[in-house]
Design a protein around this ligand. Structure first.
Ligand code: ADP
Ligand code: MG
Length: 235
C-alpha cells in the first residue's frame, strides 16, 4: 500500500498476545484503524485496555503477534531490528509520563542529548534547537537544570527533545499523567500547537477525558478492542 495522506497510518487486525500456552493475555485483539497525516488522535480507555501496547507497536518498541502496521507506506511489522532502530530514532518522537531527563545537564543539553549519543555535530542543530526552544517556551530557561524547573516545564524539555530530529509522528503515552491539571492543560495546548503549527501527526494515550478533547480524533479502547472511533471538534 502507498502511504497516502489518508492512510498515513494503517493498522490492520493487529493483535498482541502475552503469556504462556496455559495463560494467555490478549492485550490487543485484532484492532484496525487509519490515521491521516496531520491528525491529532487521542486514545482513551481504562488501565489495562491495551493503549500502551498499541502505541509501543506503532513506535517499533514492541512487535505485534499478528497483523500489519503501515506507517507512511512502509509495513513496519516486517522490519528487522536494525530497521526498527533507525525507525525509532529518525521517524518517531516519543514522549512519556516521566520525563527521563539527565539531572546534571541543562535544558539545552538534555534536548541535544540524542545528538551527542549519535555522535552528530551539535553545530548542525543550532537552528532547529532555537526554533524548538521557542515553540516549547523554553528559550529563557535554556541554561536551567531539571531541578530548577516545574513538572510541566520538564515535560516541555522532553517534548523538545522528541522534536529534535524532525519526526513527522509524535507518540505520547500519558504525557500529563504526572502533572497537576493546570500544567496538564498547558501541555495539551503545546501538543495542539505542535499539531497545528508544525503539522506533526500526534497519537497520544491518556486517561483524561478532558485532555482527549484537545485532539481531532478520539479512539476509545477497552479490553484490547476499539469501542469507539470518531472525529471530534478540537478544543
Ligand atoms: P494500558 O496502557 O491501556 O493500561 P497496556 O497496553 O499496558 O494497557 O496493557 C494491556 C494488557 O496487557 C494488560 O492486561 C497488561 O497486564 C498486559 N501486558 C502489558 N504488557 C505486558 C507484558 N510485558 N507481559 C504480560 N502482559 C502484559
Ligand atoms: Mg498504559
Amino acid at each position: 500500500m502507498q502511504g497516502t495522506t489518508e492512510n498515513y497510518i494503517h493498522l490492520e487486525k493487529v493483535s498482541k498476545i502475552y503469556g504462556t500456552k496455559e495463560v494467555k493475555i490478549i492485550a490487543v485483539d485484532e484492532i484496525s484503524f487509519n490515521i491521516a497525516k496531520g491528525e491529532f488522535a487521542v486514545i482513551v480507555g481504562p488501565s489495562g485496555a491495551g493503549k500502551t501496547t498499541v502505541l509501543n507497536i506503532l513506535g517499533g518498541m514492541d512487535t505485534a503477534t499478528s497483523g500489519q502496521i503501515w506507517v507512511d507506506g512502509r509495513n513496519i511489522a516486517k522490519y528487522n531490528n536494525r530497521q526498527l532502530t533507525s525507525y525509532r530514532r529518525d521517524d518517531i518522537g516519543f514522549v512519556f509520563q516521566f520525563y527521563n531527563l539527565v539531572p546534571n545537564l541543562n535544558v539545552e543539553d538534555n534536548i541535544l542529548l540524542p545528538i551527542l549519543l549519535d555522535g552528530k555535530k551539535i553545530k548542525d542543530y543550532e537552528n532547529p534547537l532555537s526554533e524548538i526552544l521557542e515553540i516549547t517556551g523554553l528559550t529563557e530557561r535554556r541554561k536551567f537544570k531539571p531541578r530548577e524547573l516545574s513538572g510541566g516545564q520538564q515535560q516541555r524539555v522532553a517534548i523538545a527533545r522528541a522534536l529534535l530530529f524532525g519526526p513527522e509522528l509524535i507518540l505520547a503515552d500519558e504525557p500529563i499523567g504526572n502533572l497537576d491539571s493546570k500544567s496538564g492543560i498547558e501541555i495539551m495546548e503545546l501538543f495542539k500547537k505542535i499539531n497545528r503549527e508544525m503539522g506533526k501527526t500526534i497519537i497520544q494515550v491518556t486517561h483524561s477525558e478532558e485532555a482527549a478533547l484537545y485532539g481531532t480524533r478520539l479512539i476509545r479502547m477497552k479490553d484490547g478492542v476499539i469501542k469507539e472511533d470518531k472525529r471530534i471538534e478540537q478544543k
